[in-house]
Design a protein around this ligand. Structure first.
Ligand SMILES: *Cc1c(COP(=O)(O)O)cnc(C)c1O
Length: 389
């Protein structure tokens, strides 16, 4: 059935040293047929029946009516900030330990990010540092306009605590669930907790449209506004009347066809990523490495398995492991380098201690793609254990 996977199996047998990627796209025959259908119908436009079907599938899955499919998760974050009225000179709280795409849209709006440290329990935004940051910003008359919370590598942040803080200070909450489609918190899907939520369908994410994203809103009017901005902010007039700046952010109908196919596999992809996590958890030396915790009440899609070295010594660092894996043609990556350590964010306000820095210095993301075979996993574990021994 899955032609791409069986091709990989054939390659596996031929080549024990084939490249193992961190998180490659995982497609099947279904997507091929759906793209073909879109092409045959000549729906090669940024709108069409496949786009509607994809939004419907997401809506059914997330139990939310107002979903807007866009050309990237970054675009979705940008429109989320606009929906919440973030403008030049405003401040937006972001976690420091994340991919830069969480924070860049704040800069697009000429607003200032305020960076907050992680907590060791989830690796995500620390609620204590969050409240400290809010209190201090209010004290200096810079009340944040929004909070962006990220569910890193699929692990949900402390949503109820963070939501309670957001409500206490009446600051809207954006969930960057780019990495976390399929994860849930107290049984409710992440991305649907905040005032606005964002998902990504980039090529490396748990399901993909090659490039794409979605915005999850609570109200239909917000979704309509987002579609308006995403399609060049055309007013209702045949001559193209414009009152506002618009963007070209809508997802192409052809790519939405891939998304419709991918949604059919989402649950099995989540199950497989969790199995891969379990494999590493079972087979790597527990005295040497630990894993991103899945705290009570949370369910992680385990998009990427991240490990932490318990003790660093010159011979055993994330970099020595990464290089040993690379020598075996296996890709791995450090955790995201914290934003407050990035030249781009020099001088940006930061609240926290060294939690994110410590995670960054001891952490490594292992290959986690759902198309990994048992043979691949054995190869990876063997290569890591060689360094750890
Ligand atoms: C991938 C990612 C994004 C951006 O998504 P794109 O679709 O690549 O624009 C945003 N935030 C996080 C945390 C991500 O991992």
């Amino acid at each position: 059935m899955c032609i791409f996977v069986s091709d990989q199996d054939v390659m596996n047998k031929k080549d024990k040293h084939k490249r193992i990627h961190l998180s490659p796209p995982h497609l099947s025959q279904v997507e091929l047929e759906l793209i073909q259908e879109a092409l045959f119908q000549n729906w090669v436009a940024p709108a069409g029946p496949q786009l509607q079907a994809f939004e419907q599938a997401l809506s059914d899955y997330l139990h939310r009516r107002s979903i807007v499919a866009l050309n990237s998760g970054t675009s979705a974050l940008h429109l989320a900030l606009k929906l919440l009225g973030v403008e030049a000179g405003d401040e937006v709280i972001c976690p420091t330990l994340t991919f830069v795409a969480t924070v860049n849209p704040v800069l697009y709006q000429q607003a200032t990010p305020v960076l907050v440290d992680s907590e060791p329990n989830t690796w995500n935004m620390c609620p204590i540092q969050l409240e400290k940051a809010i209190q201090h910003r209010i004290k200096i008359s810079k009340k944040p306009k929004a909070i962006i919370v990220v569910h890193l590598y699929g692990q949900p942040a402390q949503l109820t605590t963070i939501q309670a803080i957001a409500q206490k200070y009446e600051i809207p909450l954006i969930e960057d669930a780019a990495e976390a489609l399929g994860s849930s918190y107290q049984g409710q899907k992440v991305g649907t907790w905040g005032d606005v939520g964002v998902i990504s369908f980039n090529g490396n994410k748990i399901i993909t449209t090659s490039a794409g994203g979605a915005l999850i809103t609570k109200e239909a009017a917000q979704a309509q506004k987002a579609v308006f901005w995403a399609t060049q902010a055309k007013e209702k007039a045949t001559h193209y009347e414009h009152r506002e700046v618009g963007y070209n952010y809508r997802l192409s109908n052809v790519l939405a066809a891939i998304g419709v196919g991918q949604m059919e596999h989402l649950e099995v992809r989540v199950t497989r990523r969790r199995e891969i996590f379990e494999f590493y958890h079972t087979h790597l030396s527990k005295d040497k490495v630990s894993f991103q915790p899945e705290i009570e009440g949370t369910f992680s899609n385990r998009w990427l398995t991240g490990i932490l070295l318990n003790i660093l010594n010159p011979k055993i660092t994330p970099e020595t492991i990464r290089l040993a894996l690379e020598a075996e043609n296996i890709e791995s990556r450090p955790l995201w380098k914290p934003m407050h350590l990035q030249p781009l964010f020099e001088g940006t306000p930061y609240y926290g201690e060294q939690v994110a820095e410590d995670l960054f210095s001891r952490g490594l993301c292992l290959p986690s793609g759902s198309s990994l075979t048992e043979a691949d996993l054995n190869r990876i574990v063997l290569a890591i254990e060689k360094v750890l021994k």
